[in-house]
Design a protein around this ligand. Structure first.
Ligand code: PMP
Ligand code: GLN
Length: 382
């Protein structure tokens, strides 16, 4: 049959989770917590169901949840978003990102993506008929290279996709990075699609530099986030897009015929639960402790750690292992590690369209301490 996405196979996350299950490996591949969410959140959803919130909600989302999202953005980043005109609840960040692309990209428009990037971005651009312009993040540090981004801008550039904190590298953009982006786009009509799903996972006291902090950037941006990451419920698939009214209007034209609405009781439950900011305010400390615990254990292995200042991912290099393992491609190495060592990871090459190889793999540390300890015990044999 003819294919809309001929080069696309099954996502690496499904592939590695299936392999981990098959070999009973500790699954540090696909990014999801193995611990439960707060029971209070489940109670809030349960109460919403019992209260009869079980039919279609308004198309843009339950008003109380949109107001709670707007209040959070105002409180954390100091930018006012009108809940009615600027916030739309989505079925997770994946749907949000695709809908943003479908809303703003016309066939033939160029969209700048910074590689390595989350694996839905390039297929999303293809589905919108856009032309991806791939710009590498600086090798080694994974920091944005503004000279290269500037060189990639053309009159046909419609949008740039950015992601901070960054999956898979765990780097975080600084205030200087955001100001450089703002300056670079000044005088253009480029739209920023800002994937901020790890906004509450920034470590070592650093701030999350949301595009919403910078009014000139916010005015041209669509901000994407996801409750799956923040509240340990990746399977719920509820997220949102915050964008200026004109962009929101375009977004909703697509959204209404894409999913139309997102499930009602979860939205009410989340709105209720969001009244307490503590769960997301405590997240940096919660995950920083796990990062440190995992990193400490990894230091006694022959894997070399890369810096991790945000997200729940730790990247490591395996180039110091013995032959033949150190000569395996990242994909082969992850398969070997799952099969023979009993720990699953994700090859970084999966985040590059051309499968660029650097002998780097990504572990997810959003796991119970016992799970991390078991993985470290196995990795110590390397
Ligand atoms: N963007 C990034 C950078 C992600 O890591 C993820 C989750 N893996 C998503 C988007 C998708 O989030 P969701 O599960 O809410 O669709
Ligand atoms: N975002 C998660 C990751 O990067 C997984 C999402 C998915 O399975 N598609 O691991």
């Amino acid at each position: 049959v003819s294919s809309r996405l001929p080069a696309v196979g099954t996502t690496i996350f499904s592939v590695m989770s299936a392999l981990a299950q098959q070999h009973e490996a500790v699954n540090l591949g696909q990014g999801f917590p193995d611990f439960p969410c707060d029971p209070k959140l489940i109670d809030a959803v349960h109460r919403a169901m019992l209260a009869g919130h079980n039919q279609y909600p308004p198309m843009p989302g339950v008003p109380a949840l949109r107001q709670a999202i707007a209040a959070k953005i105002q409180c954390l980043y100091g930018q006012a978003f009108d809940a009615d005109a600027s916030i739309t609840v989505t079925a997770g960040a994946t749907q949000a990102l695709l809908t943003c692309l479908l809303a703003v990209v016309q066939p033939g428009d160029e969209v700048i993506v910074l590689e390595p990037c989350y694996d839905s971005y390039l297929p999303g651009i293809a589905m919108a008929g856009g032309i991806p312009v791939r710009v590498p993040l600086t090798p080694g540090s994974f920091r944005p290279d503004f000279d290269r981004i500037a060189a990639a801008l053309t009159p046909r550039t419609r949008a740039i996709l950015i992601n901070t904190p960054h999956n898979p590298s765990g780097t975080v953009w600084s205030e200087e990075d955001m100001l450089r982006l703002q300056h670079l786009l000044d005088g253009t009509d480029v739209i920023v699609i800002s994937d901020e799903v790890y906004e509450h996972m920034v470590f070592d006291g650093a701030p999350h530099c949301s595009v919403t902090r910078y009014p000139a950037l916010a005015a041209r941006s669509m901000i994407v986030s996801s409750f799956g990451k923040t509240y340990h419920v990746t399977g719920w698939k509820v997220g949102y897009v915050a964008a200026p009214p004109a962009l929101t209007a375009e977004f909703r034209k697509i959204h209404q015929f894409n999913v139309f609405t997102v499930n009602t009781p979860m939205q009410h439950g989340l709105a209720d639960y969001m009244r307490d900011p503590q769960p997301y305010l405590q997240l940096p400390v919660f995950y920083q402790r796990k990062r440190d615990l995992f990193a400490e254990g990894l230091r006694s292995t022959r894997l070399q750690l890369l810096p991790c200042t945000g997200t729940y991912f730790q990247c490591v290099r395996y180039g110091d292992l013995s032959v033949p393992e150190r000569d395996l491609s990242e994909g082969e190495f992850c398969q070997w590690l799952t099969r023979e060592v009993g720990v699953a990871a994700i090859p970084l090459s999966a985040f590059y369209a051309d499968g660029f190889e650097q002998k780097i793999i990504r572990f997810c540390f959003a796991k119970r301490d016992e799970t991390l300890a078991l993985a470290l015990e196995r990795l110590a044999r390397l």
